[in-house]
Design a protein around this ligand. Structure first.
Ligand code: ZN
Length: 505
């Protein structure tokens, strides 16, 4: 009879080999999005498909299944929050889920994702939802099948949500987001009724890209992104990826005619990177060294981007340098005007360009629509009209055409249902973490003012990052804040900020 220690070692070795493959996939994907010559795409697709097959085989292998089955009942699994217990519990969860998917469905889904995205690109360019409709119907059908194969308790959407936000339920998300919506609409009205102009025109002008690169790197470094273990590059679609325990890569996009996009994009991705760099590298490739959910990931990017990066104290620290870097655009602009410009609140059509406050309304609309689609309560035909009605109700604007309406995001074309709410959950979580950090650390503004972000980053390392997947997000929230998910901290933060922004006395 093999002893527990050697079973455990075999499990670790198995997962370590899988992580060698997945990190090779990451580096190939990174290269694909940064420097691949156009004619290299076809071979790259073959490389990636080959590796994806290898990874899938390892994750569903009977060897892994046997190991997990034997360890599951052992004393190593007794505490599901310990490093070993969580490893066994989370891997077992992943394994069972992956094994329940018929190979046919996996292949159909991967084909549908590619075809769906092609159809979406064409439909969006033609501003014609009808061209995308058949793909959307296929994607929905396949994800419903997936949910039925993996199983769920009361709501099919729960099974999809589990891929991105384990531990969360549709019911709980619906409650949190409808509370959030109810609290945001009066805030939006408050901005509108104040008569304070929402003008960010000073952020558009002459912003040489070289200086933007320098300032972006400076800010990422200041908040704690470690360039010994990471790098910053350029791409069309900003993201963050990791290719090893000490190799974290963030990507951003520059626009010589504007400051905000690249700067906040960089801070956002650096926030994701800081989370990844805060995971315990000794557990790389195992649940204790992996991120726990997309919502938690997003809470880290949003916290640095918004709660820190749009604070007055942050700009008291950095504005002098930024002003010097862009004398033509900002030479005559004072700190107060600049801070107001990066905090403009103004309903707009496009999610990725939305401000900190209205962004959530874009997400809530998408969540409500996709949940109704998955449930079967909203026929695909009626989606564009339903979309426009939500925008009219929540944001007071109606898209002039579907290209800037229902067709604006890639997610549904790639069959990503259950993904959208994680963006808003990230904002809610960020509100909770920031409130708790303030309680523990005292006057964060005084630290930001002098460019000291170390205490906040260490706090996040200690309370969130180092746990990896040992606690699910709702459990972390209980541990750290003694609360369950609520819009209260985020709304209190937004209210306090508006008090200052709208005060012209
Ligand atoms: Zn993000």
């Amino acid at each position: 009879m093999e002893d527990l220690e050697s079973l455990w070692n075999r499990l670790v070795a198995h997962e370590r080999q899988t992580s060698l493959l997945t990190s090779i996939v990451s580096i190939l994907s990174w290269d694909e999005r940064t420097g691949l010559p156009p004619r290299g795409a076809e071979w790259r697709a073959e490389q990636l498909a080959y590796l994806a097959g290898q990874v899938h085989q390892r994750r569903t292998s009977t060897e892994l299944g046997d190991l997990l089955e034997r360890l599951r009942e052992s004393e190593l699994a007794a505490d599901p929050h310990s490093d070993r217990g969580a490893t066994i519990a989370r891997l077992k969860h992943d394994y069972d889920k992956e094994r329940k998917l018929p190979q046919r469905l996996v292949e159909e889904l991967s084909r549908a994702e590619v075809l769906g995205q092609q159809a979406w690109v064409e439909a969006r360019a033609a501003r014609d939802f009808a061209r995308f409709r058949p793909s959307l119907e296929t994607n929905l059908r396949l994800r419903r099948e997936q949910a039925d194969a993996t199983g769920y308790e009361s709501n099919r959407y729960d099974a999809l949500l589990d891929s991105y936000e384990p531990g969360e339920t549709t019911e709980n998300v619906r409650r949190a987001l409808s509370d959030l919506r109810a609290a945001l609409l009066p805030l939006l009205a408050r901005v509108r009724d104040s008569g304070v102009p929402q003008d960010d025109s000073i952020l558009h002008g002459d912003f040489p890209v070289d200086a933007q690169r320098r300032i972006g790197r400076r800010a990422a470094e200041a908040i704690g992104f470690d360039f010994e273990r990471g790098r910053l590059d350029e791409t069309d679609h900003p993201f963050c990826t990791e290719a090893g325990p000490h190799d974290h890569r963030i990507l951003t996009r520059y626009d010589a005619g504007g400051f905000a996009q690249a700067f906040y994009g960089t801070l956002h991705e650096a926030g994701h990177g800081i989370y990844e760099q805060g995971l315990r590298s000794a557990f790389y490739g195992l649940p204790p060294g992996a991120f726990v959910s997309l919502g938690l990931h997003e809470s880290q990017s949003r916290l640095w981007e918004n709660l820190v990066g749009r604070s007055r104290s942050f700009w008291e620290f950095l504005y002098g340098e930024v002003r010097q870097a862009f004398p033509a655009a900002l030479g005559a602009i004072g700190l107060d005007s600049f801070w107001r410009a990066v905090n403009v609140v103004r309903p707009s059509l496009i999610r990725v360009e939305a401000d900190e406050l209205t962004y959530n309304l874009h997400i809530i609309a998408r969540f409500e629509l996709e949940e109704a689609l998955v449930r079967g309560d909203l026929p695909v035909d009626e989606l564009p009209a339903a979309w426009n009605a939500k925008y009219a109700e929540y944001l007071g604007i109606v898209p002039p055409h579907d290209g800037v309406g229902v067709l604006q995001d890639v997610h549904w074309s790639a069959a990503l249902f259950g993904y959208f709410p994680t963006y808003a959950l990230g904002n809610l979580y960020a509100g909770h973490w920031f409130e708790a950090a303030q309680r523990d650390l005292g006057d964060l503004d005084a630290m930001f003012r002098v460019g000291d972000f170390v205490p906040l980053r260490r706090w996040l390392n200690e309370h969130l990052h180092r746990h990896g997947r040992c606690y699910l997000p709702p459990e972390l929230l209980q541990r750290v804040c003694g609360q369950s998910l609520s819009s209260r901290p985020l709304i209190a933060y937004l209210n306090a900020k508006l008090d200052r922004l709208l005060d012209r006395s």
